[in-house]
Design a protein around this ligand. Structure first.
Ligand SMILES: [Zn+2]
Length: 349
C-alpha cells in the first residue's frame, strides 16, 4: 500500500530492497517541490516498522501512528519542523544544533518499533557545519537507523553527503496521471481538474494544495493579470516593476523565481498557440487571451523573448545584479505589431 502516486521506479526500488533485506541506511530523495518526496519518505518509514506481512500496510497501529505523526521513532528535521524551538526569527538553514539533537536521539534504542527513521526535509538547507556533523553519523551508522534526505536541488549538497546516500529520483508525473488522481480522490469538476493538472507541472502535491487553499489559484490569477499589464505598459512602468521585483529579490529569491516561471509558462503558451498546438498549453483558463495576444507577435519574437526569460533566470542563479537583469528583461519584451493581424505570412515569419 504505497500511497505515493505514480513514482513506480522509486517505489519498486524500495520495495525490492525491503524484500531482499538490502536497504541502504541513508537515502537521498531528489525531485521538484510537491512531487511526493515526503509522502514516499513517510511510506518508507511505515514499511520499516510495519507489523503486517506486506509492508507498508497502512492499517496496523504502527503505520497509522506514522501517518498521524505520532510515532516517536520517526522524526522530521527541517526549517519548519522544530517544535521545541523558542526562536521567533524565521530560520534560513538547518542548524548544527538540530543535527546534534538528531545524533543524540539516534544514539538511543528505538522506543517502540524496529527502526528509527530521520527524515531531513530540505537537505540543501543544511548549514556547512550541520552537513559535516551529519556526515559522521552517515559514515558510521550504529543500530537500526534510517536516514532519508529530501532535496529539490542536490547540487547544493556537499558531494561527501551525497556519496553516503542511495540516490532516488522522483520525476514529475504526466498530466493524465495527475488528472486521474484528482478525479479518483478529490472528485472535483472537470474544468478545474484540467487546469490544476496543467498548472501543477507534474507535481501532484501542488494540485492538492490548490484544492485545499483557494487562495493559491487566486494569487496565480492576480500575478498573471499583473504580467499582462506589464506587457502592455510603457517603459517607465516596466522599469518601476523591475525595480520592485529586484527589491523583492533581496528578501525572497523564490518569490521572484516564481514570477519568472509564470512568465515562462505564459510565453511558452503563446508559442504553442502560435504554432497551432493549443491542446498542450498550461493556462487553459486563458485560451482566449492567449489567442488574442499571439496576433500581435511573430513566432520569432515569442521565441526570442522566451530565450530572454531563460537567460534572466540563469543570470539570477549566477548572482548577477538583479535590477540590471530584470531591466534588460523589461527592455526585451517584444513590441506588439498590430499590422500582423490578417496577414498570416507575417505571423509565421
Ligand atoms: Zn503496517
Amino acid at each position: 500500500m504505497w500511497q505515493v502516486i505514480g513514482q513506480t521506479r522509486a517505489v519498486s526500488l524500495l520495495q525490492r530492497s525491503l524484500e531482499m533485506d538490502s536497504l541502504a541506511h541513508a537515502y537521498l530523495f531528489i525531485g521538484p517541490a510537491h512531487v511526493g518526496k515526503m509522502t514516499l519518505a513517510l511510506n518508507l518509514a511505515q514499511a520499516l516498522n510495519c507489523q503486517a506481512a506486506e509492508p507498508p500496510c497502512g492499517q496496523c497501529a504502527s503505520c497509522q501512528k506514522v501517518a498521524s505523526a505520532k510515532r516517536a521513532d520517526v522524526q522530521i528535521i527541517g526549517l519548519n519542523h522544530d517544535a521545541n524551538s523558542a526562536e521567533t526569527k524565521p530560520r534560513v538553514e538547518i542548524s548544527i544544533d538540530q543535527i546534534r539533537q538528531l545524533q543524540h536521539t539516534a544514539s538511543l534504542p528505538p522506543f517502540e518499533g524496529r527502526y528509527k527513521v530521520f527524515i531531513i526535509d530540505g537537505a540543501e538547507l543544511l548549514s556547512i557545519e550541520a552537513a559535516n556533523c551529519l556526515l559522521k553519523t552517515l559514515e558510521e551508522p550504529v543500530g537500526k537507523l534510517a536516514f532519508i534526505l529530501l532535496t529539490t536541488n542536490e547540487r547544493l549538497l556537499p558531494a561527501t553527503v551525497i556519496s553516503r546516500c542511495q540516490r532516488v529520483e522522483l520525476l514529475p508525473l504526466a498530466i493524465a496521471e495527475i488528472e486521474a488522481a484528482l478525479n479518483k480522490v478529490w472528485g472535483i469538476e472537470p474544468e478545474k481538474t484540467k487546469l490544476l493538472a496543467r498548472l501543477s507541472h507534474g507535481c501532484l502535491g501542488w494540485a492538492v494544495s490548490a484544492i485545499l487553499d483557494e487562495h493559491l489559484l487566486q494569487q496565480r490569477a492576480e500575478r498573471l493579470d499583473e504580467l499582462l499589464d506589464i506587457i502592455s505598459a510603457d517603459c517607465e512602468e516596466r522599469f518601476a516593476y523591475a525595480a520592485q521585483l529586484a527589491a523583492q529579490f533581496g528578501q525572497d529569491r523564490g518569490l521572484v523565481q516564481e514570477r519568472l516561471d509564470l512568465w515562462l509558462d505564459w510565453w511558452r503558451d503563446l508559442l504553442l498557440v502560435k504554432a497551432g498546438s493549443s491542446g498542450d498549453i498550461t493556462s487553459v483558463d486563458r485560451l482566449d487571451t492567449l489567442i488574442d495576444t499571439t496576433r500581435g507577435y511573430s513566432l520569432a519574437q515569442i521565441k526570442g523573448f522566451i530565450n530572454s526569460i531563460q537567460t534572466a533566470c540563469q543570470q539570477l542563479k549566477l548572482n548577477a545584479n538583479p535590477r540590471l537583469v530584470l531591466e534588460v528583461l523589461m527592455l526585451n519584451i517584444p513590441e506588439v505589431e498590430r499590422q500582423r493581424e490578417g496577414n498570416p505570412a507575417a505571423n509565421l515569419r
